[in-house]
Design a protein around this ligand. Structure first.
Ligand code: GTP
Ligand code: MG
Length: 619
């Protein structure tokens, strides 16, 4: 289904044309019937030859109801510009074209109505003049068809033009996140709350849980109707009516949005804005506006860095008083709060709007990559990428994973986020440079800690750790006992360092399980004046050559023997007391207790009251 919209000056025959094409009078209100004038949006279902279907949105032409016209305008893809053969182009013809020039119209057809009321010469002249007046608008060069809603003349040709235009435009993205600006909300007896709107993109199925924004209310789609017919599932580009379960009529109104979870309501948007030429002198650095986004009308402020001096596209911030849903590429129009003249319009800035059109899955990957590149080293979650590239979260996730496989992105953990691979590789390269320097300068050290690396690279430590983890995972960097090192790096102590520690923690065969006080080792390091002794001590501990247990230091070989004895003890015992352990090693209580705690902490034994048992190997 496609969405056709009417536009044109009051009384030019928009509603009559819709009725002639569809058999439905779009003026559904008694007051509209009485006054012979459209006050609010009307809707009709057009079925053309071959089953081609469209929803028609009929708008009021009177300038007083421009806000209602605006509520329906964003959904229009095919514009049926209605111009009376009697009057020609009139003020609201121009105003509607100005509005629609900022929105999503892709094809325009001009219907010259009331052709039955003018002579054929006058009609020809009018058509020529009209074509002239439409220069520079979105209707420039559009096909023009003279019709009469009274006699039916020209309607077949108009239908053929409409069908051709509909076939010409690409379908809306059914795979994108749901975006449905609500243009009507009402209650039906025995049914409950119903909202209608144009599903701009995405897919909704009856039974889905939908989110209303900006309220955040959740509602169940009890049923989904398309022009009176129940439909299990509707895709982007359809006029829909949804019966919402669990929502009071009062809590939803025109301007609300049914939006996918990818989108969050915001009150501030970076936009590209183009003023109308006549509005340029009215612009201030902070220009109060009435903004029309989707079907919403919200007061706000347009803020410029530099006040536009011509009717050219420029960057601006749009702040609105009530948060709403808009994402890159979403179009908007602004008027003055009062008098309500049109100021201009534009679109929410972002990749969607500025990137060259890339179709298919590659499009998502390319857009996601642009997001990553723009952020450099600032990680971003898949859900946030989704909102920025206007894709469903799952789609964004797949695109990001594909980028990781392509080597264009790097996945970080805790939380799962992504960064541009180029930026990450730069960090890796700089870190590696630091490591090589450190390995050369202090070959006895284990490597470099994250704190030292972060300081050298001038990066937040937490970020550095997450980025480098990806390279550790890939096997391009080692992280041992908290020290980063090149993969093939092995610390080697100097002869002086080795001698120092051999003497400080000596092996005494007569007292095989006697440790040395940690303080004593530190004192030996301090008084020795052996260069690099402190880091060498760290290295020996990191590699298990020396083991700190409580306040004492054991040689690694002592610890292995102790473990071996304990394990062999448990071959013939279920449990072990502290006293049994002490006797097993022939050591004193002073050393036995910290050793037992160390064995508990290192997963050798399990403590159960006063008893220890061997921890079952969980493989
Ligand atoms: N003779 C003749 N009268 C027409 C034709 N189209 C519309 N009219 C008449 O013109 C008047 C206005 O028509 P509408 O269709 O209500 O005009 P509109 O553009 O919808 O007006 P608004 O919605 O108020 O902007 C009505 O009295 C119609 O009967 C036509 O093709 N021929
Ligand atoms: Mg009308």
């Amino acid at each position: 289904m496609r969405i056709i919209g009417t536009a044109g000056h009051v009384d030019h025959g928009k509603s009559a044309l819709v009725a002639a094409l569809t058999g439905t009078d779009p003026d559904r209100w008694a007051e509209e019937q009485l006054r012979g004038m459209t006050l609010d949006l009307g809707f009709a279902h057009l079925v053309l030859d071959g089953g081609l279907e469209a929803g028609i949105i009929d708008v009021p032409g009177h300038e007083r109801f421009l806000h209602n016209m605006l509520a329906g305008a964003a959904g229009m893809e095919v514009l049926l510009l209605v111009i009376s053969a009697v009057e020609g182009v009139m003020p609201q013809t121009v105003e509607h074209l100005d509005v629609l020039g900022y929105l999503n119209v892709r094809r325009t057809i001009v219907a010259i109505t009331k052709a039955d009321l003018v002579e054929s010469d006058a009609l020809r002249d009018m058509i020529r003049q009209t074509a002239e007046s439409l220069r520079g608008t979105i209707a420039e060069g559009a096909p023009m068809v003279a019709i009469s809603s009274v006699t039916g003349a020209g309607l077949d040709e108009l239908r053929a033009r409409i069908a051709a235009a509909m076939r010409d435009i690409p379908p809306r993205d059914a795979d994108a996140p749901v975006y449905l600006p609500v243009d009507r909300a009402f209650t039906l007896d025995g049914v409950g709350t119903v909202v209608t709107g144009t599903l701009m993109q995405g897919t909704i199925a009856s039974g889905d849980t939908l989110t209303l924004q900006p309220s955040g209310l959740k509602a169940r789609a009890r049923s989904v109707h398309v022009f009176g017919k129940a439909s299990g599932r509707v895709e982007g580009g359809t006029r829909v009516a949804i019966n919402l379960g669990g929502v009071e009529r009062d809590s939803v109104a025109r301007g609300a949005v049914i939006a996918g979870s990818e989108f969050a309501a915001r009150s501030s948007f970076t936009v590209r804005f183009t003023p109308l030429p006549a509005a340029v002198p009215l612009l201030r650095r902070r220009t109060p506006v009435r903004a029309y986004i989707g079907a919403a009308e919200i007061l706000g402020t347009l803020i410029f860095d530099r006040i536009p001096e011509s009717a050219e596209e420029t960057s601006a911030e749009l702040h609105v008083r009530e948060p709403t849903i808009a994402f890159p590429g979403v179009r908007f129009v602004v008027r003055r709060p009062s008098p309500k003249s049109l100021l201009g319009g534009g679109y929410v800035e972002g990749l969607e709007a500025t990137a060259p059109v890339i179709e298919g899955t590659d499009r998502n990957q390319e857009m996601a990559l642009k997001v990553l590149r723009e952020r450099e080293l600032d990680p971003i979650a898949a859900a946030d990428v989704a909102a920025r590239i206007n894709a469903r979260e799952e789609t964004a996730q797949n695109a990001l994973e594909a980028l990781v496989r392509r080597g264009e992105a790097v996945a970080l953990a805790r939380p799962v986020e992504f960064v541009d691979a180029m930026a990450a590789r730069t960090v890796y390269a700089r870190a590696f440079e630091q490591l090589e320097l450190a390995h050369g300068a202090e070959p006895w050290a284990m490597g470099v800690t994250s704190i030292a690396l972060a300081r050298a690279l001038d990066l937040p430590e937490a970020l550095l750790v997450r980025v480098l983890a990806a390279f550790v995972e890939d096997g391009r960097l080692a992280n041992r006992a908290g020290y980063y090192a090149a993969l093939d790096y092995q610390p080697r102590l100097t002869q002086g360092q080795q001698t120092l520690f051999d003497a400080a923690v000596p092996a005494d065969p007569s007292r095989p399980f006697l440790p040395v006080a940690f303080e004593a080792v530190i004192a030996a390091v301090r008084t020795s004046q052996v260069p690099g002794a402190a880091k060498a001590f760290d290295t020996l501990q990191a590699r298990g050559a020396l083991v700190k247990v409580g306040d004492d230091v054991y040689r690694g070989s002592q610890i292995s023997q102790i473990r071996a004895r304990v394990e062999s003890f448990f071959k013939s015992h279920e449990a072990m007391t502290a006293a049994e352990f002490r006797d097993l090693l022939g050591t004193s209580r002073k050393y036995a207790v910290p050793l037992l705690e160390w064995l508990d902490a290192h997963g050798v034994t399990v403590r159960n009251g006063d008893l220890r048992s061997l921890r079952k190997k969980s493989t």
